[in-house]
Design a binder for this molecule. Sequence first.
Ligand code: 6CS
Ligand code: FE
Length: 310
Amino acid sequence: MVADLYSSRISKEAKMIRRQDDVIHKNSELFQGPLSAEDLKTYERNGYLLFKDLFSKEDIQVLKEELRHVMELNKNNNSEDVIREPGSNEVRSIFEIHKNSEFFERLSKNKKLVSIAQQLLGSQVYITQSRINFKPGFKGKEFYWHSDFETWHVEDGMPNMRAVSCSIVLTDNHEFNGPLMLIPGSHKWYVSCSGETPENNYKQSLQKQELGVPDENSLKTLVDQAGGRIDRATGPAGSVLFFDSNIMHASSGNISPFSRSNVFFVFNSIENQLTNPFSDANPRPEFLANRKNIQPIKPLDESIISVPSL
Ligand code: 6CS
Ligand code: FE
C-alpha cells in the first residue's frame, strides 16, 4: 500500500495542504538537459515555462497540417477516446494521440521535449496521458479551475507530484479564444476537494468537471498569494508550455471565430507509475491513464518536418 500524501474527496471540507514533493527533481549527473539555471528557477517559482521558439516555421506548418488531418479523421469517430463538447457534436478532445497517430507518436518522443521533461523530473519518463483539446470557435466550452494531479491521484493512483504536462500550441492562442490560464505559484499547494468520486465519473468530467473542483476560498487564497496575478499561456502556433502536474489552471469558453487547439503530452517519471486509485472507484480506462507495457521513452533526435504522415 502506497501512502496517500494527498487525500481528497473524502470529506465535506475543502482544505489546502502544502506540497510534499520537490518541484524540480534534480539528477544533474544523468539529466543535465537544455534548461538554464534561470529557467529552472522560474519553473520552481511559477510552476510553468513557456517557450515561443522551440520549433521552426517549417515545423509549425507541419504541425498545423497534422492537426487538420487528425481532426478530419476523427470527425465521425465514435470511440470512447473521442470526447464531444457538451451540447454539440463538435470534437472537444481526442485522447491517446501518441498511440493513434504516427506523427504525434514521434512528436511525443522528440528530444527537444523529452529532454526538458527528464531534466525537470530527474529521471527517465513515459507518457501517462496524451490528448488534443480542440476548443472550436463559437462552440468550445470552458475547463473549470483544477489541478490535474488531484484527478490523477484520486482517480488514477498517481502517487507523487512528479509529472509535467507539455502543451504545444497548434493554432494561435490569443487572449480572446480561451487560452490556458495558470495561477503562478499554486503548484506549491494541494487543494483537497470536498465530495466523493462516483463510478465512471470520467464520462461526465471530461465534458464538464464537477468533482475534484477546488472551493472558491482556496482559489482566492492562491490568486492572492500570486499577488493577484493570473497568467495566460498565449502565443503563436508552435509555442510550447511545460506546466507542473499540480498547478491550478483553467480556460474559458471560446466564443471567438478562431479555434484554439493544443496537443498535450503528460510526461510522468518512470519512478512514479500509477498504483491503485486513492479512492474506492475502479481505475479509469487505459486511454486516460496508461498502465500497460510502460517503457521509458528513448528520445528521437530529429526535426519534426522529416516525418510526413499525410
Ligand atoms: O481527467 C483528466 O485526466 C483530464 N481532465 C482535465 C480537465 N485536465 C487534465 C486531464 O486531461
Ligand atoms: Fe487540466
